[in-house]
Design a protein around this ligand. Structure first.
Ligand SMILES: [Fe+2]
Ligand SMILES: [Fe+2]
Length: 289
């Protein structure tokens, strides 16, 4: 693509859906099929969203000024979707706390990471957002493409994850297009070098922190040591093996000519028509931007 063209497929509207999940229901502690490790990894991921997605919003917004109108409009829809995701994951996290989990150590680690990234300036913030948005897009693809990931999960909570996944796929090109716009005057190699370096940094932190966070939550369920490790590693890397299954898509980020929409997975959205084109899609949503 050129530096100014949008790559979100024509006809795909980024649609914020103002949904609420499980607000009046008490969360079963082991909501993911009674499995300690499955519940732990999804809870650890959910803990990242309120702070993490607020960071994405501020990082992309910092470059909105002066972007072409079509990209500015996509940024507005992106920031609205992310603001609603933050709200719903915050509500979910409160329910997880009510169910007995202590998330303070996980949150403190996220705050530490974000403080380091923020101190490195707007281009690093945008690159980190672009890299993490690639993560969320390929995780979202997996969740929607393979029903096994949410098999046995509490219905409302599975709905929260599928709704989030649909919107992550819809807006997966926005941070990337903002990056292409913001760095349009950079030499090609510099662009690649910064993006690759930040992706390596973000990946290391993502894998280390989510693993540590999951183990901490498993500890709170009384599962520790080798047993905790083997349950978690098997779940993440073997069966259903979400990390293993996203490895190929993760690697494509480094290839020349990469763009999130090179993988056209709109068919997955069609598979979740009740989310993607239900009445909630028509609701007026107050724009966060
Ligand atoms: Fe999101
Ligand atoms: Fe996102």
């Amino acid at each position: 693509m050129t530096a100014t063209a949008l790559s979100t497929p024509a006809g795909l509207e980024i649609t914020p859906r103002d949904r609420k999940f499980g607000r009046n229901e008490r969360l079963t502690r082991l909501w993911h099929g009674g499995r300690v490790e499955a519940t732990a990894i999804y809870n650890a991921l959910s803990t990242t969203f309120p702070l993490g997605e607020a960071f994405f919003v501020e990082s992309v917004r910092a470059f909105r000024e002066g972007t072409p109108p079509s990209l500015a409009e996509e940024i507005r829809a992106f920031t609205t979707q992310e603001a609603i995701h933050s709200r719903e994951h915050d509500a979910f996290n409160k329910r997880a706390i009510e169910a007995g989990y202590d998330l303070t150590r996980l949150e403190a680690q996220i705050e530490r990471r974000l403080a380091v990234t923020r101190s490195r300036g707007p281009f690093v913030n945008l690159a980190a957002t672009m890299a993490l948005e690639h993560f969320t897009a390929i995780l979202a693809h997996q969740l929607l493409a393979n029903a096994r990931h949410l098999e046995g999960a509490d219905r409302e909570t599975a709905g929260l994850w599928r709704w989030h996944a649909v919107e992550e796929i819809e807006h997966k090109g926005v941070a990337y297009d903002t990056w292409l716009w913001a760095t349009r005057d950079w030499p090609r190699f510099k662009r690649w070098k910064v993006k690759a370096r930040i992706m390596m940094y973000v990946t290391r932190n993502f894998v280390v922190d989510r693993t540590a966070g999951s183990l901490e939550l498993m500890r709170q369920d009384g599962v520790t040591g080798l047993k905790a490790w083997s349950l978690l590693m098997t779940y993440l890397w073997v069966r259903p093996g979400v990390f293993r299954k996203i490895a190929g898509a993760w690697f494509k980020f480094f290839l020349p000519g990469f763009h999130p929409w090179n993988e056209d997975d709109r068919h997955l959205l069609a598979g979740y028509a009740s989310i993607a084109s239900g009445t909630e899609a028509k609701r007026k949503v107050r724009r966060a931007a």
